[in-house]
Write a protein that binds this ligand. Sequence first.
Ligand SMILES: Cc1ncc(COP(=O)(O)O)c(C=O)c1O
Length: 486
Amino acid sequence: MKRTRISIPERGLKKKDIIDMMKQYGSEDPDYKKLRTWSLVYYLGEEHTRFLQEAYNLYFSANGLNPMVFKSLKRFETEVVDMTASLLRGDENVCGVMTAGGTESCLLAVKTYRDMARDKKPWIKKPEMIIPDTAHCAWEKGAKYFDVKTVRAPLDRNFRLDVNAVKKMITRRTIMILGSAPEYPYGIVDPIERLGEIAVKNGIPLHVDACVGGYMLPFVEELGYDVPPWDFRVPGVTSISADTHKYGFSAKGASTILYRDVNIMKYQIFVYENWPGGIFASMGILGTRPGGSIAAAWGALQAIGKKDYLKHAGESMEATRRLIDGINSIPQLEVNGSPTMSLISYRSTAKDVNIYVVGDQMVERGWQIERQQRPDCLHAMVTPLHRTVIKQYIADLKKSVRYAQEHPEAASIGDAAMYGMISRIPLRGMIKKNVVNMMMDFYGPQAKRPAVSDGDGVMEGAADGPDLAQKAGLWYLKLMDRLKRR
Ligand SMILES: Cc1ncc(COP(=O)(O)O)c(C=O)c1O
């Protein structure tokens, strides 16, 4: 069915009505305020949120494009970088910039090291970067955008990066090595010290992706938890990315990338000197940069302070310990590896418990659940306030496991069937092609608006079709059917 295109209203609507509509549209979004989400949102409560909004609003219209215009923003940025550099044990030479998020920071590191290699190792025609199999997808994206080939290093049985494999992957074309602190899927800090040794020995830059751990691990370490060295104290680490909009608890749209030396950072700079509009220079990927998120990041660091970051780290770790103990106390489940901080994932060790059915059941019970693959597992990113819901989560998890055991048929229906299938489909290239088609459906001219109940049923334009995973699974079923009939 063709959808009617919406156009800008002839006359503006009443602002109050618009706000009501907006609230209505969000009424079925995940309930992060009730701690039902375990990813995407780092929520410290309404008081902190209101403070961030106030800080953001003060610089709502300010633009961080030109560092010489809004001097306030440049000051915030310089001070955020300074505070981060000292947190990450950088010396006086460490420098950096703020970006709009983790992905921008990762992309910039790829661009920097590619351009540095072009300058210093001009014989490299087909650059390669070695990244752990667990590296965030932003690194694959950066590699694609900047035409660098990724060489993915495997993990050992305990979900840890196999450093010996990294060593063997180094070639004359390697322009950078990546380690994560921690990686997203299992929450483990990669062996950065050993990567540093390899990097130094081979004269290759080493970036540490601490997008998720940058504002958490230093405090976790201070609390006495076992955190392997990963920051600028490690020789060989040439740059680190850390997101204020994750465990820095600032407003969305703020991250940092720091370099050991300005002579490395210079390869990140873009300048075009012949534009009729004037000479243009920028540090990041964006042009216009939202002043609000830069200001709110500064505000968050100032307002929370080391004492409360420590407190939040302690509470998150306590909640994580309870979550891990609760999961491991369920005989059919096991946490993957030994997570270093507050990101964990867990799988089923019982043949008769399908973990995706457990996931579906948790969703039925009101939790927002992230599914992962290789192995099939569920993920959770824990924040301080989650400590108030761990008991309920574990109680629901037990019920969900029991349900999965008593209903083996559930593995072949609903999301569980689709996720299970997708994780095992051997034709990965075809999956990719189909997902591109699905994204075209989502964003193309026929795109449907998501379903939002308006109280009397479903609003006009609502999507009634299956979600991405379901669609991929349905496509696979059709494909298998076709092959069988041949
Ligand atoms: C380790 C790591 N790197 C990079 C990113 C990308 O960050 P963003 O979503 O802010 O672009 C994430 C996001 O979760 C991450 O966990």
